[in-house]
Each structure stands twice: as C-alpha cells, then as structure tokens.
Design a protein around this ligand. Structure first.
Ligand SMILES: Cc1cc2nc3c(=O)[nH]c(=O)nc-3n(C[C@H](O)[C@H](O)[C@H](O)COP(=O)(O)O)c2cc1C
Length: 185
C-alpha cells in the first residue's frame, strides 16, 4: 500500500488485544507525534504510557476521580470505569501543557495537540497497530488530572487505546468532498 492509500484507509478499532506495540514501534509513534505543526515551537504535547499492571492503576485512578465528582455513583458504574483501560494492552494519555505566548493562544496549542495525536494514529496505522482515540467525561475530570500528575495548565486531549486488532474491521468510508469543500477561482 502506498502512503496515500494508507492515509485514506486509517480506521479506528475498538477491540484491541495483546501484543501491545513494541518499544521500537512505540518510539516511531512518538517520533511521529512530535513532528506535529507547532506555532512558535512551543512543543506543548505530552504523553503518558500505561501498560501491564499500570493499566489497572489507571483504572483505579479513574474510578477514584469519578467518585470524587459524584459521591453517589453506583458500584456498578465504578466497576465499569475501573475496567475501561483494560480494553487494550496499552493506553496512552495525551495532553497539552498550554504555555503563555503573546502570539499563540490556547486554541492553537490544543490544535497542535490534536495534530500530534493524529500523527501518532497514522504512525500506528502504518505499522499495523490498532488504535482508538477516546475521551469521555473523565478526560475533563480535574480530580483525574490531579491523580495523573497534571500541571495546572495541562489539558487532557485523549486516551489513545493501542494494541492488536481483533475481529473484522470495516473499511474506511470516504466522504463526499463536495459536501465539505467550497472552491473559489
Ligand atoms: C478528541 C476525540 C475524542 C473522541 N472520543 C471518543 C470516545 O470517547 N468514544 C468513542 O467511541 N469515540 C471517540 N472518538 C471517535 C473515535 O476515535 C473515532 O474517530 C470514530 O469512532 C470514527 O471512527 P474512525 O476513526 O474509524 O473514522 C473521539 C475522537 C476524537 C477526535
């Protein structure tokens, strides 16, 4: 497959099993992630990698944060939250540390964070690694940010689930360009 075909065929996958990306593959993911467009070279992107036992620790922190936000949450819901990171052999927490800059507002730094995650997803696809970008309400839970060691200016941009794809994958659907693009001449 040539690079353009790869680009057009990227598709998320939610059933991810072991093996997780190898160290070598992971390095390529992050090399790509750190090549995102970046106004004023602020390098605002950060990544935390969870695998093996630390996935359960991440789940426990998610449950603790959910309980702090809502003391009446049911045990059933807490259990579901606790198990979230166990849906893949690796979860990467992506974030952006927003820096003060006279010409680069927060939105530009978050956009750069999104581009960085997309680079990571594409590098995963190129290497045959399954991936799914998730957020959900926990991404915006400040108790979780604190439990994960976030700085005050740090925004969580995604939980990136990575692993080996299990089961059938539907083909990527290409949208009708004319619905989204207006050309002028
Ligand atoms: C910032 C962001 C957060 C997302 N969060 C979730 C999520 O929490 N749950 C989910 O099912 N999909 C989420 N998605 C969408 C999936 O990652 C995926 O893009 C979508 O299911 C479409 O599939 P595709 O990537 O194969 O086109 C999110 C996407 C983005 C960009």
């Amino acid at each position: 497959m040539n690079p353009l075909e790869l680009l057009l065929s990227r598709k998320s996958h939610n059933k991810l099993v072991a093996p997780a990306p190898s160290d070598e593959q992971l390095n390529i993911l992050f090399k790509a992630a750190l090549r995102a467009p970046d106004h004023a070279l602020l390098k605002p992107w950060y990544y935390r990698v969870y695998q093996e036992d630390s996935l359960a620790t991440l789940g426990a922190k998610m449950a603790e944060a959910a309980l702090k936000l809502d003391a009446s949450i049911s045990e059933e819901k807490l259990d579901k939250i606790r198990n979230k990171p166990l849906r893949a052999p690796m979860v990467v927490v992506a974030s952006v540390k927003v820096k003060e800059h006279p010409k680069v507002p927060e939105i530009e730094q978050v956009l750069s964070g999104g581009a960085s995650v997309q680079n990571l997803l594409m590098a995963a696809h190129f290497q045959g690694i399954g991936a799914m970008w998730r957020t959900g309400s926990l991404a915006f839970n400040l108790h979780l940010h604190s439990l994960l060691g976030f700085e005050k200016n740090e925004i969580l941009t995604g939980f990136i689930y990575l692993g080996t794809e299990q089961g059938e994958k539907r083909a990527a659907k290409l949208l009708n360009i004319d619905d989204f693009v207006t050309r002028f001449s």
